[in-house]
Ligand binder design. Structure first.
Ligand code: FMN
Length: 304
């Protein structure tokens, strides 16, 4: 696993910075677990305050965020808030949020986020909260206890402080464990990448609404996919045991002559069955087909 750690201290002399000391402990913790952790000290770079994707020292750092498994912000507490370096990073990442919204794509799904805060004693929770809110809006996942709050002052004392050491150990373990789980579970593939409309359709997509007594067979008030309430409409021979079966099933759905909506529903039902059986490969094949059909739906609706 690879992690990117942004050190937001305002102190130029790193030996005197408590935040820098915490960053070094976190980096050493990840490395002890066999992971990579790159630390970037923001005060050493020249960059603009902007909400655009500006070509300067910060651009390659932001680009790196797309390639790592986890991102960490480290900051001192300054009058109850995080440092201006961290605030500038938040602002500079704004274009990613805009891009994600416009393109229906959250590039940070499947990646973890954590905060490292050094202070004298008050304001930790506010800083974690503000940063977590920002990070989850961009698509990051915040694992439990990935918030270091160290009130110890002075490098030598911090390095020996049991409470801080314990928090660092939990932090690096949980960041790594959750990053691995998200990666293995391919959550970026299955999660919903938009907050736009069509919500009703997506939430209800493939959900079974059983036919009640007295309802007509083809009534839109119930779904007929799970129980073959309309056997005549069934597309036969669909499966999900492996990717080849899923591919030939998609071909069968395509050639079935059923309506556009029916084809999507059939594929959604199969995708869900595949997923429930732990067959992520076949599920992804069905999902690809569903997404291509949905693009067609969108294009059709635009023409109207
Ligand atoms: C002007 C000033 C304001 C501060 N405000 C807070 C604060 O609101 N809450 C807190 O817990 N610590 C506060 N501190 C303490 C610093 O956050 C703490 O010393 C931190 O370890 C500094 O990190 P650094 O060595 O990386 O600069 C403040 C310190 C200064 C000098």
């Amino acid at each position: 696993m690879k992690f990117l750690l942004l050190n937001g201290t305002l102190k130029k002399d790193s030996e005197l910075s408590n935040t820098f000391t915490l960053c070094q402990m976190v980096k050493a913790g990840f490395e002890a677990l066999g992971h990579e952790c790159e630390m970037v000290t923001l005060s050493e770079m020249e960059y603009e305050r902007s909400t655009d994707d500006v070509k300067d020292d910060l651009q390659p750092v932001i680009q790196k965020m797309f390639t790592v498994d986890g991102l960490i912000f480290a900051t001192p507490i300054w009058w109850g808030g995080h440092s201006s370096y961290i605030q500038t990073i938040i602002e500079r990442m704004d274009f990613i949020e805009t891009f994600g919204f416009e393109k229906d794509y959250k590039p940070f799904y499947g990646k973890v986020f954590g905060t490292v805060v050094s202070g004298g004693g008050d304001g930790f929770q506010h800083i974690h909260g503000v940063n977590y809110n920002f990070a989850t809006m961009l698509g990051f996942t915040v694992p439990p206890q990935c918030n270091i709050e160290s009130a110890t002052q002075g490098r030598d004392k911090i390095l020996k402080d049991d409470e801080t050491i314990g928090m660092v150990k939990t932090f690096v373990s949980n960041m790594s464990a959750w990053a691995k789980a998200l990666k293995d579970g391919e959550v970026h593939k299955f999660a919903r990448h938009t907050t736009k409309a069509e919500l009703k359709e997506s939430i209800n997509e493939g959900k079974r609404i059983p036919r009640k007594k007295g309802q007509k067979r083809k009534s839109k008030k119930h779904s007929d996919l799970y129980t073959d309430e309309d056997p005549k409409g069934t597309i036969h021979g669909l499966g999900f045991k492996d990717e080849a079966t899923a591919r030939s099933s998609v071909a069968k759905i395509r050639k079935s002559g059923r309506s556009h909506a029916h084809k999507i529903q059939a594929a959604v039902a199969m995708e869900q069955r595949a997923r429930a059986a732990g067959k992520s490969g076949p599920a992804a094949i069905y999902r690809k087909f569903i997404n291509s059909m949905k693009k067609k739906t969108k294009a059709k609706n635009k023409k109207k």
